[in-house]
Design a protein. Sequence first.
Length: 386
Amino acid sequence: MNNFEFKNPTKIIFGKDTIEKVNQEIPENAKVLLLYGGGSIKKNGIYEQVKTALADVDVTEFGGIPANPEYATLIKALKVIKDEKITFLLAVGGGSVIDGTKFLSAAAVYDGDTPWDILTENVRTEKGMPFGTVLTLPATGSEMNSGAVITRAETKEKLAMGGPGLFPEFSILDPQVITSIPKRQLANGLTDAFTHVLEQYMTYPIGALLQDRFAESILQTLIEVAPTVLKDPTDYKAASNFMWSCTMALNGLIQKGVPTDWAVHAMGHELTALFGIDHARTLAVIAPSHYKFNFESKKEKLAQYAERVWKITEGSTDDKAYEAIVKTEAFFRELGIDTKLSEYTKDYEGTAEKISERFINRGWTKLGEHKSLTPENVEKIVKMAY
Ligand code: NZQ
Ligand code: ZN
C-alpha cells in the first residue's frame, strides 16, 4: 500500500426528512446565496423545504445553473455575490449546481483578473467562501469532495478544478429526493458512481486489501440496488443505499494508498464538451474500450473484479478479465445507457484526433496509473469507442 494522508472535513447529515436541519448549519448572521439549477426543486418540493427551514435567514437566490455548469452563468452569480456582500453559499441540486457553487466559492476569493484562469492555470483553492449543499441527485460525490468540473460553451471546454478549501462545510443527503428524478438521470447516477469506483480500482494490485474490498462492496451495492432504484425510486432501502454508495465512491476514501487512473473521465469530459452528451454516458462509451486497450496492464485487477463482483470463477486470468469488461458494458446497457459514440451522434468522425490534439496542447501526454497513456493511445481508445 502507498503512503497517504486523509482528511475529509465535510459533515454529512443523512436520512429521511433531514432537509429541515439546514438552518442549524448556516453560520449566524450569514448572508446566504441559495443556488439552484433549472427549476426541478420548485416542482418536487425541495425548494419549499429549504425555504421553510431558512425562514429566519437572510437569503438571496440565484437559479438557472444548467447541467454541465456554464462559466458565463456563474459569472453572473459571482456579480450577485459581490453586489449583495454574500458570506455563505448554499447549493441545492446535483453535481452541476454543487460544482458551480465550488467554482463560485473559489472565484469569490480569487484576486486575479479572469476567474477562468482558476481552471486553465490549475489554481488550487486553499480557502474558499464557505458553502454547504442539499443534494438532490446521487451521482458525482461532489457533496463530499473538493473537486468541480466547469464548462465554457464559448470554447467548448470542460475543465476540472479543486483544492482543500473546496470541501462543503456540510451536505444534507435525504434519499427521498430521488423519487422525482427522471429514469435517465437515475441511470446516469448509477453509471457515474460505478465508474468513479473503477477509476480508483481498475489499475494494478498494490496490496491494499481493505481499499479493494471497499471498492468492490460499492460496486456490488450499486449492482444490487440498480434495478429497484430504476423501477421504484420510492423504495427507501434502495434509495438510501444508492445515495450513500455514490457519496462513498468519490469522497477520497477508496483512493487512499492506491494508484488511480482517471483517464476515462479525461476522455469522457471531452465528449461532453464537444457533443453535450451527459457526463455518465460518456464514461460508459469510453470505459469498455479503455479497459480493452489497456488489457495487459489491468488484467489482474480486471480478473479480481470478475471473480469478486461478477462471480466469474471459470477460465484463465485473461478469460475472466475479458468477461469482466463484457459484463460491465452489459450492465450499462441494462441501465438503458448506450455504450458507443455513434449511438449519440452521427458526427463522430475526427473526434479521436480532435481529443488527442487537445490533450497535446494541454500537455496531457502521460495519463493513467502508469503515467504512460499517450495522446496517440487516447486517439486509438476513442476510435474503438465509435
Ligand atoms: O437543473 P435542475 O432543474 O435541478 O434539474 C437537474 C438536471 O436537469 C435534474 N435533477 C437534479 N435533481 C433532481 C432533478 N430532477 C428531478 N428531481 C431531482 N431531485 O437532473 C439533471 C442533471 O443534474 P446534474 O446536476 O447535471 O447531474 P449530476 O449530478 O449527474 O452532475 C453532473 C455534473 O457533475 C460533474 C459532471 O461533469 C457534470 O458536469 N462531475 C462532478 C464531479 C465532482 N465534482 O466530483 C465528478 C464527476 O465525475 C463529474 O465530472
Ligand atoms: Zn464522473
